[in-house]
Design a protein around this ligand. Structure first.
Ligand SMILES: Nc1ncnc2c1ncn2[C@@H]1O[C@H](COP(=O)(O)OP(=O)(O)OP(=O)(O)O)[C@@H](O)[C@H]1O
Ligand SMILES: [Mg+2]
Length: 416
């Protein structure tokens, strides 16, 4: 028999599940784990490693091309540009296809059935204000699934999947799913009844943990690499700012690999020669030449999580220069992230408006997604909905649980 599975293709983490007697059952998608990092590494011979194996290859400094946050590129022109990735010319669409294909193969190996159908999660909106890019992102993702060998492809908005899996709500009670992941924030207002979740409204914005990482990197790390400093003009008097795009790209997970070119190295060397503070540009050159951009991004992410957990943290940059680091605490982090908190409150208000319910009608808020563990998230939601109960669900698997349930329902409908 052919099987339909649920796939949560996340910006940061992915997972696969299916329904057994209507209940979600998650595939061991990599050794000992139900989720895997959405990361790939092509070694010098073009062999693909994914998930934690890709992360290990990056950390051990193996030669090859590492990539993360691929989902953020869906719906953008970058997706279809062919580039040298590892020893092969390929596009990011090819890379996503290989990632999804490997998820299918691993699932088939475990369940010993052919997997031809998928209910995939999708953010409510991949791109906040751009309907065309949203529509294109869905076309892109459908194409990737098709090329990865799936024949029957359906999508369910990620927070609606989480609503389907939500527990601890009384019959008839109204809940709000707040799913803040790596790339997007997604909201669903729903009413739970008879194991079903009736959706009243869903809404989303392009804001996730990778955007928090970028803001922290731009504020606390990039100045150490020369952001905001100046260079002397080559043929005239006066000073010019070092171009900001370099730092923006270096602070943006999905753009990092494209900085590793001879052209960028030449540009940075040239800037260094004319820099008012050449030591900082020397660090930037080191990051580009030794391909340390992802290591820096991981250090920022670790610093973010440490401050959120312990109230303070350090962004370790010793790989770039011995002894280099940036310290971060609650005050400096909240200053960098304040505008995101406002954006989350506004998105919550908009979601309630779309659903036509007042804040006090919400009985419970169900928190989903890794970034919902950031304290700014419940703070932002409570500014709008102060009286609801908080339900902390399984942050990393609530969406795939719901997709697995939906996949089971689809399978039943097909065999009926
Ligand atoms: N303990 C933590 N505290 C704060 N943030 C965390 C924590 N653990 C993980 N994160 C952040 O959560 C994000 C990943 O969450 P998750 O796996 O839910 O995203 P995703 O489902 O892959 O993304 P999306 O749904 O947006 O496509 C990352 O940005 C990561 O830095
Ligand atoms: Mg997610």
């Amino acid at each position: 028999m052919e099987l339909t599975v649920g796939i949560d293709f996340g910006t940061s983490n992915s997972a696969v599940g299916l329904a057994v007697n209507g209940q979600p059952w998650l595939v061991d998608i990599e050794e000992g784990s139900k989720t895997l990092p959405t990361a790939v590494f092509f070694d010098a011979r073009g062999n693909l490693r994914l998930g934690s194996a890709a992360n290990r290859a990056l950390i051990s400094g193996d030669e090859g091309r590492y990539m993360r946050a691929l989902k953020s590129v869906l719906g953008t022109p970058l997706l279809r540009e062919a580039r040298m990735i590892g020893p092969k010319r390929q596009s990011l669409l090819d890379v996503i296809t290989q990632f999804l294909s490997e998820l299918r193969l691993r699932t088939e190996a475990q369940v010993r059935q052919s997997v031809t159908g998928v209910v995939s999660g999708r953010p409510v909106r991949f791109h906040s204000q751009n309907d065309k890019a949203n529509a294109q992102a869905l076309i892109d993702l459908t194409e990737a699934y098709t090329r990865a060998g799936f024949k029957h492809i359906d999508f369910l908005p990620e927070p609606e999947a989480a609503a389907l899996a939500a527990q601890d709500l009384a019959a008839g009670e109204i809940g709000l799913v707040v799913d803040i992941g790596g790339g997007t924030s997604d909201f669903t207002v729903f009413r739970k009844s008879d194991g079903k979740a009736d959706v009243l409204a869903s809404y989303g914005v392009r804001l996730g943990g990778t955007h928090l990482d970028r803001a922290l990197s731009l504020d606390h790390v990039m100045p150490l690499f020369g952001a905001g400093t100046q260079v002397r003009r080559a043929l005239a008097d006066g000073l010019l700012p070092v171009p900001a795009t370099l730092f923006n790209d270096l602070a943006t997970w999905q753009k990092i690999p494209f900085l590793y070119t001879k052209d960028t190295e030449r540009l940075v060397k040239d800037l260094q020669r004319h820099a008012v503070e050449p030591d900082k540009l020397a660090r930037l050159f080191e990051v580009i030449e030794a391909e340390l951009g992802h290591d820096v991004a991981f250090a920022v992410e670790a610093g973010k999580i440490a401050v959120n957990t312990d109230g303070q943290g350090v962004i370790e940059l010793g790989l770039v220069e011995k002894g280099l680091s940036a310290s971060l605490d609650e005050v400096s982090m909240s200053a960098s992230l304040a505008r995101f908190k406002t954006e989350l409150s506004e998105a919550t208000t908009e979601t309630l408006k779309l659903a036509g319910v007042k804040a006090d009608a919400i009985g419970a808020v169900v928190y989903v997604g890794g970034t919902s563990l950031m304290s700014i998230v419940p703070d932002a939601i409570k500014d709008v909905i102060p009286n609801a109960r908080s339900i902390k669900s399984e942050a990393f698997t609530a969406v795939v649980d719901g997709l697995a349930i939906a996949a089971g329902q689809k399978q039943l409908a097909q065999s009926a």
